[in-house]
Write a protein that binds this ligand. Structure first.
Ligand code: ATP
Length: 439
């Protein structure tokens, strides 16, 4: 059953240009995927919405874009070099990893699944700077975006002079040498994170943690994700990362079972303190009122971009006898509207439809289709989640009205061409995030 649904989604994603197998013409490379025209649009929509919600609409969040390649000292201080350097086994079922010397027997201690062979395993991708491949030149592709925020902490303090609490936000790629195959785009070698390091007074971390739980939940609901398929799961003591005192994940019920979608971690002052010690730079914050210097504590919400896309596809997919429909929120749908000339061989209808398409395209992502009959075009748009289709017909040339057809209800209405922009703005505003996420 789960396979069946995933098969359908994967094949739709490929057929319609959401997601392609990576390096496909060479037989593919495991756990790598490319995004086609529709997938690229959707990813961009999600990035834009996230930026709008968590950066633009916040008055205390500062964005950065830091490098993928950093001094290896960063990963020593963050604990990544060390904590990934042990021989590890991984459960093929639940993907939990264990130090080989911590596991008794040959079954996963958490779910009794089969374990992989032990490997000297560093999840970080290694490469070399310069021409000589030797230890002194070794660098890593970042396994998380977070450290880019911590190593720039002092720069943010000097350039922006923020007062606590404040966030530093980043969207960017991360790379992990994942040893177990992922479900479609769930677990891949490279992926994108949308992350905030939220710096707070040490005594306020719990309050902030609760606040972020709400914001993360609201964000997903705002994207149209079905709440019944979402839940929070707190990490048990023995599964907490080396830097975290409390972590909770939002899990989504994927066709193969519950899986981590996003994480929320309390990192304490682990990162700033370590970077201060190892770099010799004072990364403390000075309270402007008391002049007390201290390391702020950090609450870190992480949103995986690719898992968001997967969640949206899985959640939106539906089919009946007649058609397959992606019931995507208009906010994230690759196209908001598609414009059709009723017939492709009538010059004045095509011209009028082109005009409308051009005007709408300046405001919304608008598709164009003049192939096959109207019914087929509707179904083709349903399958990629386009919420509304506009048909320009003979009547349009006389009354300057078009037919708008709704994806979910299949209802049609006539709307005047000069009212189209307002009509769409009104419709789209119904899907805007409620109560603005950040104060
Ligand atoms: P998992 O337990 O699934 O390996 P993790 O706990 O290692 O994930 P984090 O380090 O918390 O993941 O990463 C933060 C977020 O980045 C995850 O919630 C997820 O959305 C995303 N992510 C992590 N690893 C991958 C991956 N290999 N492919 C795609 N997205 C990923």
């Amino acid at each position: 059953m789960a396979n069946d649904v995933m098969q359908k989604i994967t094949s739709l994603a490929k057929r319609r240009g959401f997601v392609f197998q990576g390096s496909e013409i060479y037989g593919g490379l495991a756990n790598t995927w490319d995004y086609g025209p529709l997938g690229a649009r959707m990813l961009q929509n999600i990035r834009n919405l996230w930026w709008e919600q968590f950066v633009d609409q916040s008055d205390n969040t500062y964005p950065v874009e830091s490098g993928i390649i950093k001094s290896p000292k960063v990963w020593e201080a963050s604990g990544h070099t060390e904590s990934f350097a042990d021989p590890l086994v991984e459960c093929k079922k639940c993907h939990h990893r264990f130090r080989d010397d911590h596991v008794k027997g040959d079954k996963c201690p958490d779910c009794s699944g089969e374990l992989t062979e032990a490997r000297q395993f560093n999840m970080m991708f290694k490469t070399f700077v310069g021409v000589v491949e030797e230890k002194a030149n070794t660098v890593y592709l970042r396994p998380e975006t977070a450290q880019g925020m911590f190593v720039n902490f002092k720069n943010i303090l000097t350039t922006e002079r923020p007062t606590l609490p404040f966030g530093v936000a980043q969207i960017g790629k991360a790379f992990r040498n994942e040893i177990t195959p992922g479900n479609f785009i769930f677990r891949t070698l490279e992926f994108e994170q949308m992350e905030i390091e939220y710096f707070v007074q040490p005594e306020n971390w719990e309050e902030s943690f609760e606040e972020w739980k709400k914001l993360m939940w609201q964000w997903l609901v705002g994207l149209g994700v079905n709440e019944k398929k979402m839940k929070w799961r707190a990490h048990k003591k023995d599964e907490l990362s080396h830097y975290s005192k409390r972590t909770e994940d939002i899990e989504f019920e994927f066709p193969w079972g519950w899986g981590e979608l996003y994480g929320l971690a309390y990192r304490g002052d682990f990162d700033l303190k370590n970077h201060s010690e190892k770099s010799g730079e004072d990364l403390q914050y000075e309270d402007p009122k008391t002049s007390k210097r201290f390391f702020p504590h950090v609450v870190e919400p992480t949103f995986g971009l690719n898992r968001t896309l997967l969640t949206l596809l899985v959640d939106a997919y539906s089919e009946d006898k007649e058609r397959k429909v992606l019931k995507l929120s208009p906010k994230v749908a690759p196209y908001k509207v598609a414009v059709f000339p009723l017939v492709a061989n009538k010059n004045d209808i095509v011209r009028k439809a082109r005009e409308i398409h051009k005007v709408l395209s300046s405001e919304f992502a608008a598709a164009w289709d003049d192939r096959g009959n109207i019914g087929k075009r509707y179904f083709a748009q349903d399958e990629i989640g386009t919420p509304w289709c506009i048909t320009v017909d003979h009547q349009t040339l006389e009354d300057d009205q078009v037919t708008i057809r709704d994806r979910d209800t299949a209802k049609q209405e006539r709307v005047a061409v000069d009212k189209l922009s307002d009509w769409f703005h009104n419709k789209l505003s119904l899907f805007s995030f409620e109560n603005g996420l950040n104060k």
